[in-house]
Each structure stands twice: as C-alpha cells, then as structure tokens.
Ligand binder design. Structure first.
Ligand SMILES: Cc1cc2nc3c(=O)[nH]c(=O)nc-3n(C[C@H](O)[C@H](O)[C@H](O)COP(=O)(O)OP(=O)(O)OC[C@H]3O[C@@H](n4cnc5c(N)ncnc54)[C@H](O)[C@@H]3O)c2cc1C
Length: 416
C-alpha cells in the first residue's frame, strides 16, 4: 500500500487526503500550524467546485452552511454593467457563498472521520527524493513516503525546491475584507459589486452561516493598492467607512454599526505559475501550484478539482470508472500505482484548465484592480458581451469553472 505524505491541511491537502484514504492509500498530512482553521472571509464555490464536493459526498453539508448565489451584478455609478446569471448556462446552476472556515471545517471533519492521519504543528521543512521514495523532513523528524503532495499554499517554499520553472509574482493590489452579520440585507442571493474606474471596487458576497456567531453573514471586499496599505491602517475603521460611504452609503452605515469584534483585515495575493506540476514522486496542488487573484473566484474550486483529478490518476485503471466510490467507501486497495507515472498524468490532465484560468486572471485583474484607465473598457466590454448570447455563454462558462481553453467553446464541467 503506497504511503503518500501531504504538506498542508488546507482545502487542497484535506480533499486529497480524504479521496486517497478512501482509495486505500496510507496518507499522512503534515500541517505546520497547531490550529489550521483559516482566517478569512467568504469564497464563492462555482458549479465546478460543487461537482467536486459532490464526488466527496460533502455537497449537502456545504450547502447547509452556504448562501445560494444566483447572479453577479456590478455597477459603475448607477450604470449596471456586470449582470451574470448562472441559470443562463443551466437552469439549476448557482454559486455557493461560504465562509472559508466553514468549508475547511467540513473537510477537516470528513478527513478525521475517514481516518486520515493529520499531524498538527508538524510542518514539512524539506524533502529529498530518489527514483523510489521521498524522504520527508518535518519539524519532528524524518519519514519515508512513496509520494509527496505539496499543498501548502501560495507562499510555499517546498515548491521552490523542485527543479521546475516557475513565477511567483505578488500582486500590487490586495483587499480589505470583513465579515458582517445581517438578516435583512436586500440582496441575499446576489454578489454585488460597485466600481469607480478600475481603482475602486467594493463587493458584498452572501456568505451563509458565520461560524463565529451562527448568524447569516456577508463578506465585504474593498480593493486597495498595496502602496496605500499604510494609509488605510493609519486611518483605521473610521477612515475605511468614509471611503466606502462615497461609493455605497448603505454599506458604510452597516460597517459603522457592526459589532466591535468584527474582524477586518487586509488580504494579499500573488500570481504563481509553474511549467509543470510534478517532478518524479512529488506533485504540487492548489495555491502552491497556481495561486491567482480572487477576481475570477476560482481558487478553492481549482484546489478541489486538483484533488479529484489527482485521486483519479492514482486510481488503478480497473477502478477508474468507479468514480462514485470516491463519495463513499474505500475501493479495492490491493494495488500499488506507479506514483511518478500517476503524477505525470496529473500534470498533463490539469495543464489546459489551469493555463486558461491563469490567462483569464491575468487579463481580468487589471480591469478591476489597477490605476490604469481601463474601467470604461471593462464596462463597455461587459455590457456589449452580455447582449451577445455566444459571448455571454463564454463569460458564464469561465465563471462556472468549466473552460479548458479559449477555443473550448462547448465546455462542460463533466469534461474536467
Ligand atoms: C480574501 C480571499 C478571497 C478568496 N476568494 C475566493 C473565492 O471567491 N473563490 C475561490 O474559489 N477561492 C477564493 N480564494 C482563494 C482560496 O481561499 C484558496 O485558493 C484556497 O484556500 C487554496 O487552498 P490550498 O489548500 O491550496 O491552500 P491554503 O488554503 O492556503 O492551505 C495551505 C495550508 O498549508 C499549511 N502550510 C504552509 N506551509 C506548510 C509546511 N511547510 N508544511 C505543512 N503545512 C504547511 C498552511 O498552514 C495551510 O493550512 C480567496 C482567498 C482569499 C485570501
């Protein structure tokens, strides 16, 4: 039975651990922090990520804690520019807005119930591999593994030990975020955004149940350049409220009346690109492999897709069509896959999808977060595009996480 070590108990690491354990593999997750509950706000699970959660048997649990998001709307002043409806692609499709900590806790509980060995406060500090095995060096010593999955997030230094051509470029922009409770917000199923050019963006995402208060909550995102982080910190909450008031007064009032323990913090992003995702018996997943700006709302979805496809690649051929087994019991475990071949197959299968979303993210992000005068181009493009059914469908397929390339015009999530 192969032994797989995983660096990181985030979304990619936990989802991989659950699927591989169910396949009968011996899995150890090494997590550097003692309490891995992620800080942060809401994220939007697209139909692609939802399908991966269905494979894991967790979609219903997630839906119970999430908000159903039917559409995304964006306004430049009073002009409605962005107007994307999931049902335009498939009637029953929608997004799910969920708090990062809720998603993490559902995966965490499932991993524990599946018998995954998780070692908290025991991060991987280094590794060495030969043709057969990987020596994993962690905070408490060394272990031997047949394969190593690096899933330790954007700032991974383990990734940097692989001889793979890579780019790690921090974005010049980040965002202030806050999680705000409210029962009577008028847009419980819409991700609303307001823009001023490309340099101001305020978003309110329905986020389901707040894990700290058990109340219905929303995530506020306020885009800001890194160069103004210090100014914002000096101005504090009153300064932020005043800036928001000029764009959306109701949100400023809401923030002003929020309880004093409302967490508000700055998030930074980076663009990570790898020429390939594996080297022999080591593979890189999730943000460690392809972090991008949150503009397209794909990060958590991509991490779940990575985990699902990796598990399929590590499945013996005879079990490949038994994908439903991923959702429940363990499959026949009397095999030993060739890990290096499986990881190579993974890199091959993921390359197109990841490349498309990285390209789309690089094109889109400056239209929403930059000092260039690109706001008008974005607004005209989105308004014209939404009146052209073929273009609108491509926008939506991109948002849903289904596209495998620019010319993949008949994209289907099932083709992932
Ligand atoms: C503000 C914000 C908004 C976002 N919005 C969206 C959205 O709308 N939709 C979406 O899909 N995604 C969104 N994302 C992105 C999404 O949260 C990430 O893409 C996703 O969490 C990536 O999961 P991961 O498992 O790859 O990495 P992480 O979740 O970063 O997990 C990495 C784990 O590895 C651990 N670790 C680090 N180093 C080591 C080590 N050496 N050894 C062992 N463990 C280690 C860390 O402690 C952590 O637990 C957003 C992110 C942010 C910050």
């Amino acid at each position: 039975m192969p032994h797989i070590a995983i660096a990181g108990a985030g979304i990619a690491g936990l989802a991989s651990a659950i699927l591989l354990t169910r396949q009968g593999q011996q899995v150890t997750v090494f997590e550097q922090v003692a309490d891995p509950t992620p800080v942060g706000a809401g994220l939007l699970l697209q139909p692609s990520g939802q399908m991966m959660l269905q494979n894991l048997g967790l979609l219903d649990l997630v839906r119970d804690k999430a908000a159903i998001v039917h559409s995304l709307e964006g306004y430049s002043g009073s002009w409605k520019t962005l107007d994307l409806h999931y049902s335009a692609v498939q009637q029953e499709w929608h997004g799910l807005g969920i708090h990062r900590a809720q998603l993490h806790s559902i995966l965490w509980n499932c991993a524990c119930e599946s018998g995954v060995n998780i070692q908290l406060g025991n991060g991987i500090v280094d590794f060495a591999q030969d043709q057969q095995q990987v020596v994993v060096k962690h905070q408490h010593g060394e272990s031997l593994a047949d394969g190593l999955i690096i899933a330790n997030g954007t700032r991974s230094q383990l990734r940097d030990r692989l001889a793979i051509k890579r780019i790690h470029k921090p974005y010049p922009w980040g965002a202030y975020w806050a999680v705000l409770d409210r029962d009577d917000w008028p847009f419980p199923h819409i991700l609303m955004q307001r823009y001023r050019g490309a340099h101001i963006m305020l978003g309110i995402l329905p986020t389901g149940i707040n894990p700290s208060t058990n109340k219905t909550c929303y995530s506020l995102f306020w885009s800001l350049p890194k160069s103004s982080f210090a100014d914002y910190q000096t101005a504090g909450m009153p300064g932020l409220i005043e800036r928001i008031r000029a764009v959306w007064p109701e949100v400023a009032e809401w923030l002003a009346s929020a309880s004093s323990d409302t967490s508000i913090a700055i998030a930074e992003y980076a663009d990570v690109r790898l020429a390939t995702y594996h080297q022999q018996n080591v593979v890189v997943l999730g943000d460690a492999a392809h972090a991008m700006s949150p503009q397209l709302g794909q990060g958590a979805n991509m991490a779940l897709i990575d985990a699902t496809i990796l598990a399929q690649c590590l499945m013996p051929t005879s079990d490949f069509d038994k994908r439903d087994h991923l959702a429940s019991a363990a499959v026949d475990n009397s095999y030993c896959p060739n890990i290096a071949q499986a990881f190579a197959q993974y890199s091959h299968r993921r390359s197109k999808h990841i490349a498309y979303y990285q390209m789309a993210s690089r094109i889109m992000t400056p239209l929403y977060q930059s000092r260039y005068s690109l706001g008008w181009l974005r607004d005209v493009g989105t308004v014209v595009g939404r009146h052209l059914p073929a273009v609108y469908r491509q926008y939506m397929l991109t948002l849903c996480g289904a596209k495998q390339g620019t010319w993949d015009l008949r994209a289907e999530i099932a083709d992932l």
